[in-house]
Design a binder for this molecule. Structure first.
Ligand code: GTP
Length: 333
């Protein structure tokens, strides 16, 4: 019988740890001698991790838009292409941090009309400190979106618990349980969790969401009851914007850190690849919820120095000006 390809959808707000979990899943599948493929969606025009990542994993990149709305129709063709060409055992879809997972589930359902695929788990990764902060304010688009991502999950990873106290962790756990009483909740640091627990539906052969040739397999989870589009109001991401800057010269690391510390609050995510004039190595740079991280890298082949900024209503021209100044390009003329 023709085999069924398992799909895992990774959801979670910008910078929560989806790519960190993706790396762990890939290592796990490799160990199990399973063949994974990836659908990587980024709102920016460049996939930073893809530039430095494992080239051996077949990857469909969907850039400059969000699969849950503007480029949603492309998702089923990307999945079809991967299934036909690569014959993967599993496909992991990493959504943008602003995606509504219900919409993605719906797009995958469309694809399942003509392919044997099944969604085994919709995993939402939550940044503990960020949720705590939003829960205190209890308002805003990000708060509502995070709530939707949590509600839609069949499995919740409460990540970055190293950044909260035990008491705060309990508060966030209670919040998650209230919003989604169905999904298991696993606290983690850098998404270090028991992969068998995360994937056990798969091994036991009890997928949560199965769509085959338009039939609903009738499993127990609330997602099948909601059936993705029905009763769901789609919120557009018009307010979210991204800006990509390519460097042509190395920059000073201290000045760059000063620039990052002074980023407007409306920029809530940035990532990039950098060459500093005062260090030997190149770095993968990450900025999420006001925390920066620099990791030494040795990219293979020609990889540009570039940073992508994601946020709401920020002034691109101001960032451009500051970055050009860092490069020594800026003139007052
Ligand atoms: N302190 C801390 N940092 C973490 C943890 N997990 C991930 N990070 C860091 O948080 C940053 C964002 O992690 P990613 O895995 O890239 O997050 P993401 O959800 O894929 O981000 P987007 O692709 O922008 O949506 C990186 O610098 C990670 O190293 C954690 O548990 N604790």
């Amino acid at each position: 019988m023709e085999r069924v390809t398992s799909i895992y959808i990774l959801s979670g707000f910008l910078g929560s740890g989806k790519t960190t979990l993706l790396s762990r899943l890939l290592a796990h599948f490799k160990h199990q001698e399973l063949r994974p493929a990836i659908v990587m969606n980024e709102i920016g025009e460049v996939n930073i991790e893809g530039l430095v990542g494992d080239e051996k994993v077949p990857t469909a990149e969907m850039l400059s838009g969000c699969i849950c709305c503007t480029i949603r129709s492309d998702l089923s063709s990307e999945i079809a292409m991967l299934v036909d060409r690569e014959h993967p055992d599993v496909i992991i879809i990493e959504a943008t941090g602003i995606a509504n997972p219900m919409e993605i589930l719906d797009a995958v359902a469309e694809a399942s009309l003509y392919m044997r695929i099944q969604v085994n788990q919709l995993i939402t990764v939550v940044d503990a400190a960020h949720l705590l902060h939003l829960n205190n304010e209890q308002k805003g688009k990000t708060y509502r979106l995070m709530q939707e991502q949590i509600r839609a999950a069949s499995f919740l990873v409460l990540n970055k618990v190293d950044q909260v106290t035990d008491l705060e962790k309990e508060t966030v756990m209670e919040c998650l349980e209230r919003w989604n009483p169905h999904a298991p909740i696993v606290p983690a640091v850098r998404c270090d969790l028991n992969m068998d627990e995360l994937l056990k539906r798969d091994t036991q052969g009890h997928p949560r969401h199965e769509h085959r040739h338009g039939e609903d397999s009738g499993h127990d989870h609330k997602l099948t009851d909601n059936d993705c589009t029905h009763g769901h109001a789609h919120e557009t991401h018009d307010h979210v914007m991204s800006y990509t800057y390519y460097f042509s010269n190395p920059i000073d690391s201290v000045e760059f850190e000063r620039f990052i510390a002074g980023l407007p609050r409306d920029v809530y995510r940035a990532k990039g690849i950098l060459t500093f004039s005062d260090t030997n190595s190149r770095f993968l740079f990450q900025y999420a919820f006001r925390e920066s991280d620099f990791m030494k890298i040795t990219p293979q082949g020609q990889v540009p120095d570039v940073v992508v900024f994601i946020g709401e209503h920020f002034q691109k021209s101001l960032l451009k000006e500051q970055l050009e100044k860092l490069e020594g390009k800026h003139t007052d003329a």
